[in-house]
Write a protein that binds this ligand. Structure first.
Ligand SMILES: Nc1nc2c(c(=O)[nH]1)N[C@H]1C(S)=C(S)[C@@H](COP(=O)(O)OP(=O)(O)OC[C@H]3O[C@@H](n4cnc5c(=O)[nH]c(N)nc54)[C@H](O)[C@@H]3O)O[C@H]1N2
Ligand SMILES: Nc1nc2c(c(=O)[nH]1)N[C@H]1C(S)=C(S)[C@@H](COP(=O)(O)OP(=O)(O)OC[C@H]3O[C@@H](n4cnc5c(=O)[nH]c(N)nc54)[C@H](O)[C@@H]3O)O[C@H]1N2
Ligand SMILES: [Mo]
Length: 762
């Protein structure tokens, strides 16, 4: 095959027939194609299940169906006909399976039975649930301190599962809750708590119908939040400006053909999703926003000098904000050369963006991983909040801050108390309810958990979903560390690499997926609940038959482990594990905003968790919304490598055919890459400087200041519309290049979007 054969046509627009064709293919792979189609009609409907694809909100007057291509993939993935039975492990040793790719493991299907690792045979064997629980409980009790165990959570876990899990772990005696959120929107939480008193967005879906301008920072909704495209395109159609800041030209942020629009599908049309597109260098957004603020302040000076009214919302600032003068001084002290160099945008481009901001009465800012996975992410998000405060763009219709979450219930899991920082109010409420003292010392986040594993002080790992070994930085080191533990337990739907790195004792506990019917011992159908990016809490009930009779719900599995570990003295685990209504009653007694939980969540769209900041009530120490006066970074990673031949800043992101570490297929249609994941996207001039052509093979080396050699071999170059000095490639293949010692200031999120690498031709 020609060396560049994997590079093909990019789609003309996101969505469209390509999306529908892909849906059809996925549904055919599901257990029964028709049941697959019927399944999708229940996605995000009042009497159906919450789509496990993403955390975008559901509209009030939903179209007859409310899902997207990638939602179909997520659902079909769970509804596959294929099974990983105990026979599978009789055929394949764990060492052999470690040599398989993420994609190959994924293809094997759903786990069917609880399994225990046998080091003698190097195989997993079936085991009964009670024995598994008893052995796991005994191993946890045998540790010399509860802090020796790390309790990981992935953001698909339901509210009920997450609540029980944190209660069990705290009764056991630790706050070690590394979770996927630490690698995801942690910076948003940290920044927003200080800025507005709550670590969540203030925007609801309806606000997108009322905004005059939406700024989309560091996000690829065409792949990761496809339903957002319909809202963006509706916005541009009614004259709202959508301004994109993205290092790469992403198809979905340019044009979108809505598969749910019949006329458009027949005529083959598509509509724009944005009105301006700026391509900052990696890590350059803070400088870009600062530049916009400079323009706004200058416009204000000019307005006042001309005897016109101020362009700032002084009524809002005076009544609600603190710290404007300090920030304004920092902004004025920042020079244009630094702004232009860090952002990679010209002053004229930034002036254009600022003009859109100034012309809009109501502005929304959204962002995702392109903003949160840098060293100075918290500062960048504060800068975005500052900009919105200037014109009172928060706490009113059509305006506000909107971090677009990742996993479908990652926001809910934090609400439920999956939080290593052990907030005092939560612990107080739990102690009141349970009548016993709980640990208050801060536990481990992902970075601390990795440190404890590598250092040897951690002895056990329990994973409630997810794929810790592949999602974390330094995946090669983590793999070794996991295998050195006394105990590893994974509650999962499908086999992944984290399961193949067994500690001395190791278990895989297979659970029901969200699309499957969950019946308790009385035969009653249970629902779980989740919270979306807009703080709507809704119910979710599965409609498919479970993949195997032996599966248990996550709630039942957690209750089983808990009972075997901490006993029934304080909590009747059996009763809770068998009845999600009882768990919800308990949540209602402990967590604010959840009173009458069982009734309210059964209303068609669920209920909104009140967000004080959305009503201009600021639960900050100052009682006000706070401007932050951070200097720009001394140097961005881009500035550190600039001018050095062969050195680049690498961002690791998602292809169109993956869900985090789950690889559905090997294509990335919108970026024109087919059948190949080991690629590096690079500016064409940078490729010429390397003397390289499309498809040429390269090796990448990561940072080695800590003495660790980080090498990713044999990747192929693809020219792409992006700034020079910046490159991009897929997660999780490149995680072994990301040093666990490099993380965001205050957020401790690994710098997954700014890794300094050296690239050499092979
Ligand atoms: N189908 C599908 N849906 C998903 C997921 C999935 O894997 N597949 N994952 C879910 C999860 S957990 C999450 S967190 C979200 C992730 O959603 P996204 O944040 O959209 O995910 P990424 O693929 O990491 O894309 C990062 C985007 O930011 C841009 N970017 C990177 N660095 C910078 C920068 O410094 N500045 C700017 N302005 N742009 C930058 C990249 O070019 C890219 O377009 O999606 C969720 N939904
Ligand atoms: N280099 C790089 N690394 C990253 C990122 C990046 O952009 N670049 N993004 C980070 C982000 S934003 C995130 S959120 C993390 C994600 O990290 P994780 O949440 O740990 O990873 P996932 O790939 O989402 O987990 C997939 C596994 O979850 C299990 N699973 C699926 N559904 C269920 C269920 O319903 N119940 C249970 N118990 N298990 C289930 C399956 O076994 C599947 O193999 O990765 C982070 N890592
Ligand atoms: Mo995420």
């Amino acid at each position: 095959m020609a060396k560049d054969e994997f590079v093909g046509k990019k789609s003309a627009a996101a969505g469209g027939w390509g999306a529908l064709k892909s849906c059809g293919r996925r549904l055919m792979e599901a257990r029964r194609p028709l049941s697959g189609a019927r399944t999708m009609l229940k996605a995000n409907q009042p009497d159906g299940f919450d789509c496990p694809g993403c955390a975008w909100g559901d509209p009030e007057h939903g179209s007859s169906f409310e899902f997207c291509e990638n939602g179909v993939k997520a659902v079909a993935w769970e509804a596959t006909r294929k099974r990983v039975t105990p026979d599978f492990f009789a055929t394949h040793s764990v060492t052999e399976l470690r040599g398989w790719s993420d994609y190959e493991l994924e293809q094997q299907g759903r786990l069917t039975d609880p399994l225990r690792y046998d080091p003698q045979t190097d195989r997993y064997h079936a085991i009964d649930w009670d024995t598994a629980f008893a052995e796991i409980g005994a191993a946890l009790k045998a540790l010399d301190h509860p802090d020796r165990a790390e309790f990981y959570t992935s953001g698909r876990a339901s509210n009920e599962a997450a609540f029980l899990y944190q209660m069990f772990v705290r009764l056991y005696g630790t706050n070690n809750f590394p979770d996927c959120s630490n690698m995801c929107h942690e910076a948003s939480g940290v920044a927003l708590i200080d800025a507005i008193g709550i670590g969540k967005g203030t925007v609801q879906l309806e606000d997108f119908e009322k905004a005059d301008a939406v700024f989309v920072f560091g996000q690829n909704p065409g792949t990761n939040h496809p339903r957002m495209l319909a809202d963006l395109r509706k916005a541009t159609a009614r004259g709202c400006n959508v301004v994109v800041f993205n290092t790469l030209k992403e198809k979905g942020l340019m044009r979108f053909a809505d598969p749910q629009n019949k006329v458009e599908m027949l005529l083959g049309g598509s509509k724009p999703t944005s009105t301006d597109y700026f391509q900052p260098r990696l890590g350059g957004d803070m400088a870009a926003v600062r530049g916009m603020a400079k323009v706004v302040f200058a416009a204000d000076d000019a307005a006042l000098a001309a005897g016109n009214p101020s362009v700032l919302d002084h009524a809002f600032i005076g009544q609600h904000c603190d710290g404007l003068d300090d920030w304004r001084a920092v902004v004025e002290a920042t020079g244009w050369p630094q702004i232009e160099e860090q952002s990679g945008l010209s002053r004229a481009q930034i002036e254009r963006a600022a003009a859109v901001y100034l012309a809009a009465d109501s502005v929304i800012a959204t962002w995702a991983m392109g903003i949160t996975q840098h060293r100075h992410s918290v500062q960048t998000i504060r800068e975005i909040a500052n900009l919105l405060f200037l014109r009172g763009n928060i706490g009113r219709e059509g305006a506000g801050l909107c971090p677009v979450r990742g996993h479908s219930n990652v926001q809910g899991d934090r609400t439920m108390g999956i939080d290593e920082k052990a907030p005092a109010a939560l612990i107080d409420a739990m102690e009141r309810e349970l009548g016993v003292a709980l640990p208050r010392a801060e536990g481990h986040n992902v970075i601390a958990a990795i440190g404890a594993m590598l250092g040897g002080s951690a002895r056990a790992f329990i994973g409630l979903g997810g794929n810790f070994a592949r999602a974390t930085p330094d995946s090669a080191l983590i793999a070794k560390a996991l295998m050195g533990l006394d105990l590893t337990v994974n509650v999962a739907t499908k086999l992944n690499h984290s399961h193949l790195l067994p500690g001395r004792k190791s278990y895989i506990l297979p659970c029901l997926g969200r699309t499957e019917i969950d019946r308790n011992s009385q035969g009653t159908r249970q629902i779980v609940t989740v919270e979306d990016s807009m703080s709507m809490v809704h119910g979710s009930g599965g409609i498919n038959l479970p993949a195997s009779k032996a599966l248990k719900s996550e709630v039942a599995i957690i209750a089983g482990i808990a009972q075997a570990t901490v006993g029934n003295g304080v909590v009747d685990w059996q009763a809770l594990g068998d009845d999600n209504d009882k768990v919800r009653d308990l949540i209602g007694r402990v967590l604010p905003g959840f009173a009458d939980f069982n009734t309210r969540v059964r209303q068609p769209r669920g209920f909104w968790l009140r967000n004080p900041a959305a009503e201009r009530e600021w639960r900050t120490p100052t009682g006000r919304a706070n401007f932050a006066a951070h200097p720009l970074p001394q140097q961005t990673e881009w500035q550190r490598v600039q001018g050095q031949a062969g050195r680049f800043v690498l961002q690791t992101f998602r292809s169109h055919d993956q869900y985090n570490t789950t690889i559905y297929a090997l294509d990335d249609r919108y970026r024109g890459v087919y059948g190949e994941r080991r690629v590096v996207f690079m500016n064409a001039d940078d490729m010429r400087a390397l003397g390289a052509e499309t498809g040429d093979r390269v090796d990448l080396t990561g940072p080695d200041e800590d003495g660790v050699e980080r090498l990713a071999e044999d990747f192929r170059l693809v020219p792409y519309d992006m700034p020079q000095g910046c490159v991009a490639g897929y997660y999780p293949e490149l995680n072994l290049l990301v040093p666990h010692g490099a993380y965001g200031e205050k957020s401790f999120t690994p710098t997954l979007k700014s890794v300094i690498v050296t690239i050499r031709r092979r």
